[in-house]
Design a protein around this ligand. Structure first.
Ligand SMILES: Cc1ncc(COP(=O)(O)O)c(C=O)c1O
Length: 347
């Protein structure tokens, strides 16, 4: 196979060798199957096509400097999938099955693990959805759980840590106050697609959602959490309608390690002008600096744009956090917390 240039890849689907799947029918889980058939055959009345009983996860496998392959905190993804499935009232894979299928998926796609010195990773996408035929509106009894992979480059396709611009979402909400925003449901993303398209058409890389009740405080980006640095503090929103990001959780630990004060609290829009460094963070984006946030405010006289400007490059503290996280993921730094799970090369 010709060598892949991961610097030319973005966060997209690129073909791999195989996927792994298992089903749970009437409460009984099947053995996982590894297959090169990427097409599922599903009943057209399967719940997922109608009422969206679907949740998913995203995690990455890295080839380390020591040649060993690591999955970053897959147990956290297993737990979050379990909580999403609970919210949907449908069966979830056990921790053991989740981890086992992630490992099998990496092993089946070993040749797509990017080299350590590239900006790439093998992104795993575990997905769980309702498959039993139904018409009434109720939770799915039977589910399929699949883990697939894609060898990805950086999120935007640009070099690492290249800043992008964002706009506040004034006309669309991602999640209701007492809604499903804290779970990783497909439906949450469907909800944000149109708003995202509009933001992209206006030339913004990111869309920053506000709390749906008052539109006065920051929630998160459509595919990542928000964090800012100010006066030696790592500040990130605390809201039940924000997805509990595993990257953000890890960065908070690392921030403490670096002597930063960590604040999880309400962040009012006005506070945006006081931040020294602003970033999005998540598995796919890792840390992506934000150079400007625009707020298009509609007044009786028309729309005005209020601009919050930040550095045109990654800020020094964010860079340190980035280096530490990537260092742990790729085995360059000591994994003090035991976050990485090793995957053995298939025989
Ligand atoms: C809406 C949203 N918030 C935050 C995140 C970041 O979460 P994590 O760090 O677990 O990938 C993601 C990506 O998974 C996301 O889609």
């Amino acid at each position: 196979m010709a060598e892949i240039d991961y610097s030319k890849r973005s966060f997209s689907y690129y073909p791999t060798n195989a996927i792994v799947y298992a089903t749970c029918i009437e409460g009984k889980w099947s053995k996982p199957v590894v297959t090169d058939n990427f097409n599922f055959s599903l009943h057209c009345f399967a719940g997922v096509f109608h009422y969206a009983p679907c949740c998913f996860e995203g995690l990455k496998a890295f080839r380390g400097v020591d040649g060993r392959v690591r999955l970053f905190r897959p147990d956290e993804n297993a737990k979050r999938m379990e909580s999403s499935a609970q919210y949907l009232d449908m069966p979830a894979p056990s921790m053991e099955l989740f981890l086992d299928m992630c490992v099998s998926c990496v092993q089946a796609n070993w040749e797509f693990l990017p080299p350590t010195d590239s900006c790439g990773s093998l992104y795993l996408r575990p997905v769980l959805f309702g498959i039993n035929p139904q018409l009434g509106i109720h939770s799915s009894r039977d589910v399929m759980f699949a883990v697939m992979a894609s060898g990805v480059g950086t999120y935007s396709g640009a070099k690492i840590l290249v800043p992008g611009t964002a706009v506040l979402s004034r006309n669309y909400d991602r999640a209701a106050t007492y809604g499903s925003g804290g779970y990783k449901l497909g439906a949450n993303y469907a909800q944000s697609l149109h708003a995202y398209n509009l933001a992209h058409k206006m030339g913004y890389r990111e869309l920053l959602f506000l709390d749906s009740a008052t539109h006065t405080h920051i929630e998160e980006f459509g595919s990542s959490n928000f964090f800012a640095i100010k006066h030696g503090c790592y500040i990130t929103p605390n809201s039940p309608s924000v997805l509990p990001s595993i990257t953000n959780k890890s960065l908070r630990k690392v921030a403490e390690e670096f002597g930063l004060k960590v604040e999880r609290r309400t962040i009012f829009v006005d506070e945006l002008e006081t931040f020294e460094e602003v970033n999005s963070c998540g598995t796919a984006v890792v840390i992506t600096p934000i150079s400007r946030i625009d707020d298009k405010v509609t007044l009786e006289s028309g729309t005005i744009t209020r601009e919050y400007k930040y550095l045109d490059e990654c800020g020094p503290i964010s860079r340190k956090l980035y280096d530490r996280i990537i260092g742990i993921q790729k085995g360059m730094e000591e994994d003090t917390y035991g976050w990485c799970m090793f995957v053995n090369e298939p025989k």
